[in-house]
Design a protein around this ligand. Structure first.
Ligand SMILES: [Ca+2]
Length: 505
């Protein structure tokens, strides 16, 4: 296999001396994004029965983050921020999530990581769960957002009738409920429906093959590449093909996680075999915290409080691993970082121009390559339904986090902590609840303010940061509030009747 190489000299080189000196070709990027995977779900984050040998190996040989955040405790907004480097309130991907018939999506004038890289000649592909909209005639699909190719389910795989939801082994019952009255879940290739309903048990192999082909073709054509794999794992309902079903110690959730881990192992093998492993940054994280309402099949936030749907740590602090053979030294970092920072970091490493918009991310190169300090001082916590009246629910500044509002969520039900489920209704805190996340990562013990001028001073700093940030925030038009139209749901047999049940090919 030929070594990747392109003319990479000139002014850009000054900015990107890192890879100019070491590799003389722009790096490849593989971005792996798990779904509803909690802070405590991976073996390398302390789970006693998860089998994640490939992710554990990446963590052991790469950089593992302890203080890494997504921007939302639910799927669509978190994905919007990951791909744009901007809080979801700016792009309008809120409240909650998009549906199969949603009229809106991630606005096309937002610039995604793929669109940042395209002008430099990158090959770009996405596979897996998109969840940033379909719209009329596929307006919002990945192929309209800078990705050359897409294979996947464009939304959550529980957004379809139950008969489409496959459990494996067959004697394991599907758990809970799913959406009825919509089309069966489709598998799309670019803008076309390839299967409807999707064959879940073969799906991971399709992704693995798609990724292998994409990487091999890119290397053969001497093109740098960006592969984005937002996995369906470990979102409910969990499934796993024959390679991993029944093989974990942790039941269906563990099998689904092991299937994702296997795919990551396949990807690593392909990167090795094609000779580009030394020139590829692999970044793994998750979109939001565990769906604790699914009980033992809902993931695990480890030592963190509550999970999906809440602005406690369990809702938004995520496992995160960066691996780049020969460039990133093995270790653990406690630096503050976020999915928001991935776009600026990739742009910096590739020598790409940043989009001319208000970005909320910071370049993490110093953390990744030099074990250095983060440029990020704050992390903002918006609820699932942000609005300008309430503003931020919480703000982290350094090691301190202040909650201005707290609220439980049905998605975090079933835990013994009374603050997590839906009956923990919205509560305003004045003064805010303030926690030292280094001493108390579980947010159990709010710091007293009386006779503590040091904590009072921290709180004043947090309030100032909140005021400044909120003054900079212009809420984009809500895309989710545009509603749904059943006619927009993807159907492999568009003229058929009666819908949605006839959309079955
Ligand atoms: Ca999710």
């Amino acid at each position: 296999m030929r070594r990747q190489g392109m003319d990479y000299t000139g002014p850009t080189c000054l900015i990107i001396s890192l890879f100019c000196t070491c590799c003389a070709s722009p790096p490849n990027f593989v971005l792996l994004f798990a779904d509803d995977l909690g802070f405590g779900d991976l073996g390398c984050y302390g789970h006693p029965s998860s089998l994640t040998p490939n992710l554990d190996r990446l963590a052991a040989r790469g950089l593992r983050f302890t203080d890494f955040y997504s921007t939302s405790p639910v799927c669509s907004p978190s994905r919007a921020s990951l791909l744009t480097g901007r809080y979801q309130t700016r792009s309008g991907v809120y409240p909650g999530v998009l549906y199969p018939g949603s009229i809106g999506g991630l606005p096309l004038n937002e610039t995604t990581i793929a669109e940042v890289l395209k002008p430099l000649g990158y090959a770009t592909a996405a596979m897996g769960k998109w969840h940033l909209g379909l719209g009329a005639n596929g307006t919002f699909l990945p192929t309209k957002q800078g990705f050359d190719k897409y294979l996947g389910i464009p939304y959550s795989h529980d957004m379809g009738p139950c008969h489409n939801l496959t459990c494996f082994p067959p004697d394991v019952k599907c758990f809970g409920f799913c959406d009825v009255g919509t089309v069966t879940v489709p598998l799309m290739y670019n803008e076309d429906i390839k299967q409807q309903p999707v064959h879940f048990l073969d799906l991971e192999k399709s992704y693995s093959d798609f990724a292998t082909n994409f990487i091999m073709t890119s290397v053969k054509e001497n093109q740098p590449f960006f592969l984005y794999y937002p996995s369906h794992h470990t979102h409910y309902p969990q499934y796993a093909g024959t390679r991993t079903a029944g093989r974990s110690l942790r039941g269906p959730f563990g099998d689904a996680l092991l299937e994702l881990d296997n795919t990551i192992g396949d990807l690593m093998a392909t990167l090795e075999q094609t000779g580009v492993i030394n020139n590829t940054l692999i970044f793994f994280t998750s979109d939001n915290g565990p769906e604790l309402m699914r009980m033992s099949r809902g993931g695990n936030a480890g030592s963190l409080k509550c999970g999906k749907g809440t602005t406690y740590e369990g809702g938004m602090r995520e496992p995160a691993i960066a691996y780049w053979k020969g460039t990133i030294k093995p270790g653990v970092t406690h630096e503050l970082a976020s999915t928001l920072d991935i776009l600026p970091t990739i742009a910096s490493l590739a020598g790409a121009k940043l989009p001319p918009v208000m970005l909320d991310g910071f370049d993490m190169t110093n953390i990744l390559v030099h074990q250095g300090k983060s440029k990020r001082e704050t992390m903002m916590f918006y609820p699932t339904d942000p609005n300008e009246i309430y503003g931020l629910f919480a703000l982290r500044l350094g090691k301190y986090k202040a909650h201005f509002y707290t609220r439980g969520c049905a998605l975090s039900g079933t835990t013994p902590d009374p603050d997590c489920p839906a009956f923990a209704v919205l509560k305003a805190h004045d003064p805010p609840l303030i926690f030292d996340l280094e001493a108390d990562p579980s947010e159990h013990y709010p710091l007293p303010l009386a006779d503590r001028p040091d904590i009072q001073a921290v709180l004043e700093q947090i309030k100032k940061a909140k005021t400044e940030f909120e003054a900079s925030m212009v809420f984009g038009e809500s895309q989710v509030s545009k509603g749904t139209d059943p006619k927009l749901e993807p159907c492999c047999n568009p003229q058929c009747s009666p819908k949605p049940s006839c959309c079955y090919c």
